[in-house]
Write a protein that binds this ligand. Structure first.
Ligand code: DHB
Ligand code: FE
Length: 298
């Protein structure tokens, strides 16, 4: 059977894609940001997921005001990097896993999550920047990817509770797939950021770090954070963090943090990154000694 073996959360700031593409990722400004991903890059060499279910949001690249799906799953064979206005990023195409994706789509719909199904689209920084942060600049991405897009751009986005429940349903879907596959789930976006208006540049370190704390262990308080709190405390784009709750919901009752990184500033935002293991006593390897929480932000 397929298993979700880990969850990864990361911001997806487009400037990080630019920094990598232009070879500036180890300069004075970007070095400390990328250094926080070194642990994960090394760890992924051993983890070697077959498939990543990548929870992200499209930023008016594949969708626009004509069509706004709340939850959409990519069932295509491959996805090209989107042109977001200055040419497509020079990164490899993303290879899908149509068979597992269609299985998940069926399972979710029968589980009463009415997914939009996408067979063709380009993927923007919301999806390609996390791949860059985790894998650098390979000739081909080392894992297949099932894109799962959440509307966090146009009001009303789904509630955090609904996102968590979607994660729980994704786990049931994966575990009912017959083939042995090592599956990871990634939640992307955040952390606190407001890109426009009088509060542009708003950062709330304390709130962000409480959110990171809340993803670890057994608590599920995060599912009850209302939209207005994200907006007030973390800025107009902070709502992207509900996508991290899809990831968390898919990991089961308890999680253990293997690695954590938080850095301000990155562009106009705070970036956060967390690697979680489902701690469900079901025989997953719990022997990692990767607990490298020293980079947890002050
Ligand atoms: C920016 C854009 C994003 O989509 C995001 O999640 C964070 C930052 C930006 O334009 O800086
Ligand atoms: Fe974003």
């Amino acid at each position: 059977m397929a298993r979700i073996t880990a969850g990864i959360a990361t911001s997806h700031v487009p400037l990080l894609g630019v920094a990598s593409d232009q070879g500036k990722d180890r300069d004075a400004y970007f070095g400390p940001i990328f250094a926080g991903y070194d642990w994960t890059r090394a760890w992924q060499q051993a983890e070697k997921p077959d498939v990543v279910i990548l929870i992200y949001n499209d930023h008016a690249s594949a969708f626009d005001m004509k069509i706004i799906p709340t939850f959409a799953i990519g069932c295509g064979e491959r996805y090209a990097s989107a042109d977001e206005g200055w040419g497509a990023r020079p990164v490899p195409d993303v290879e899908g896993h149509p068979d597992l994706a269609w299985h998940i789509a069926q399972s979710l719909v029968l589980d009463e999550f009415d997914m939009t199904i996408i067979n063709e689209m380009d993927v923007d920084h919301g999806l390609t920047v996390p791949l860059t942060m985790m894998y650098g600049k390979p000739a081909a991405w080392p894992t297949k990817v099932i894109p799962l897009a959440v509307n966090v751009v146009t009001y009303p986005p789904p509630s955090g509770n609904r996102c968590w429940a979607l994660g729980e349903a994704i786990r049931r879907a994966v575990e009912s797939y017959g083939e042995d596959l090592n599956v990871q789930i990634w939640g992307t976006g955040g952390m606190s950021h407001q890109l426009q208006g009088p509060r542009a540049g708003l950062i709330n370190r304390e709130w962000d770090n409480r959110f990171l704390d809340g993803l670890t262990g057994e608590g599920d308080d995060l599912r009850r954070i209302p939209h207005l709190e994200y907006l007030r405390e973390t800025g107009s784009e902070g709502i992207e963090m509900v996508m991290w709750l899809v990831m968390r919901g898919a990991l089961g009752k308890r999680t253990r943090a293997l690695h954590r990184h938080y850095h301000v500033p990155c562009s106009n935002t705070a970036i956060g990154h967390l690697v979680l293991r489902p701690d469900n006593g079901e025989g997953l390897d719990m022997t990692d000694d990767g607990a490298d929480l020293a980079t947890a932000a002050a």
